[in-house]
Write a protein of this length. Structure first.
Length: 381
């Protein structure tokens, strides 16, 4: 869509405030929190989608990124008790959980020997006995085996616990893990920053300020990271905007975030199962508003194992330009919460096809969005 088409579309909106927001989007002006809330409350799905798609194409054209990665989940035993979590086994029920040794985790890495994966994503529960030195040894062992593999690991929830247990500052702890081989941080553990909601859904783990501080320190050490938001449960639109506003503020300061990943709350087998899940219309509005509000985030990711393949395709018309990676079926955190994909595994050829089916341009990237291969003209093996 060019600027004239955009103007024409914006004249179809009758609401004066939305029309003004449309003009700001065209001029690349930043939206205020009140304008963000208004988008959720008054924006129609078609208008939000058109605006978000305009911004997406202004930034990236048709390019749609994915990467080749695999996951390691060291343990599902967790000292915390987030109400939305279907995954953790409290320490009291640890016989139902798993706990991998460094050797077992190296076996997972070895499974990918000779394959063109670029990233390992390490995330799990917070086991009371696993220490910062255990994880530093894991990082060193992975790097010794495969130095080229980018290690994206540990949320501020895991890190905060590790640092407090080791009695080190965030700065000391992050530096130690970075020097041991940690390259970047995934986006997890953010949930909703607002204390009013956080207290009701995950009161005992690191708070919003602590989450932001750990990412800030990582950025100051030259590391990059991702950011997530868990939406579609008991939060209101203003809490979503507050969350995105805090991330946008930190991104202004450091520029260290790669991508923003809204995560739809799934209601299977957790203490919040009584809640309905958000509709697909709400999900697409969420992506569109994120694209419009988070003006300093280059990338917006839909995590396909959680959203499902068809909805991930749809999201590419609502601002999304990344659909994560060729994850294999060892990822349990989502299937246990009721994700669309019970067996989230897709080959490169399947991912490329998924993107091409909706007439977008598949581009393989590494963790830091360096382009590895453009599949627009080729068929994949
Ligand atoms: O923080 C837990 C979420 C997150 C549920 O950085 C749930 O590339 C929905 O952050 N319904 C961890 N979500 C996973 C994560 C992630 C995933 C993929 C890619 C990246 C990345 C990061 O999973 C948690 C929490 O918000 N989660 N339970 C649930 N019932
Ligand atoms: Fe533990 Fe993470 Fe589950 Fe919370 S979401 S209970 S921190 S595994």
């Amino acid at each position: 869509m060019n600027e004239n088409q955009f103007d024409r579309l914006n004249t179809l909106v009758t609401d004066r405030e939305l029309k003004k927001i449309g003009q700001k989007i065209l001029q690349e002006e930043r939206l205020t929190p009140d304008e963000g809330i208004l988008l959720f409350e008054k924006g129609s799905l078609s208008w939000l989608g058109a605006m978000a798609n305009f911004v997406r194409e202004r930034k990236h054209g048709n390019k749609t990124y994915f990467n080749r990665n695999f996951h390691i989940e060291p343990t599902n035993i967790c000292v915390f008790s987030c109400k939305f979590c279907s995954y953790s086994k409290l320490y009291a029920h640890k016989e139902e959980g798993w706990e991998l040794s460094i050797e077992q985790m190296l076996d997972i890495v070895r499974k990918y020997d000779g394959q063109q994966v670029t990233e390992v994503h390490i995330v799990g529960g917070v086991h009371p006995k696993l220490t910062i030195t255990f994880f530093a040894d894991l990082l060193k062992a992975i790097k010794a085996h495969r130095p080229d593999l980018h290690i994206k690991g540990f949320t501020p929830v895991e890190l905060d616990y590790m640092f407090r247990k080791a009695k080190v500052s965030v700065e000391e702890g992050m530096k130690f893990l970075h020097e041991s081989g940690l390259d970047s941080l995934p986006g997890g553990g953010a949930e909703i920053f607002s204390p009013e909601i956080r207290e009701q859904i995950c009161s005992d783990k690191v708070d919003g300020e602590g989450w932001l501080k750990i990412h800030k320190v990582a950025h100051q050490l030259g590391m990059h990271s991702n950011a997530t938001m868990l939406y579609g449960h008991i939060e209101k639109y203003r809490h979503r905007i507050d969350h995105m506003d805090k991330l946008r503020g930190l991104q202004d300061e450091t520029g260290g975030f790669n991508t923003f990943i809204p995560l739809k709350f799934r209601n299977k087998d957790n203490e919040m199962s009584y809640l309905d899940e958000s509709s697909i219309v709400e999900d697409m509005k969420m992506y569109a508003v994120a694209r419009l509000y988070m003006d300093n985030f280059q990338h917006l990711k839909a995590y396909w194992p959680m959203l499902g393949r068809n909805n991930a395709q749809l999201s590419l018309s609502f601002g999304v330009n990344d659909i994560d990676g060729t994850i294999d079926d060892s990822t349990k955190i989502y299937s246990m919460a009721g994700s669309e994909e019970q067996n989230p595994s897709m080959s490169t050829a399947q991912l490329v096809q998924l993107i091409q089916q909706v007439k977008r341009q598949p581009v393989e990237r590494d963790t830091l969005y360096k382009e590895i291969k453009d599949y627009s003209l080729q068929n994949v093996e």
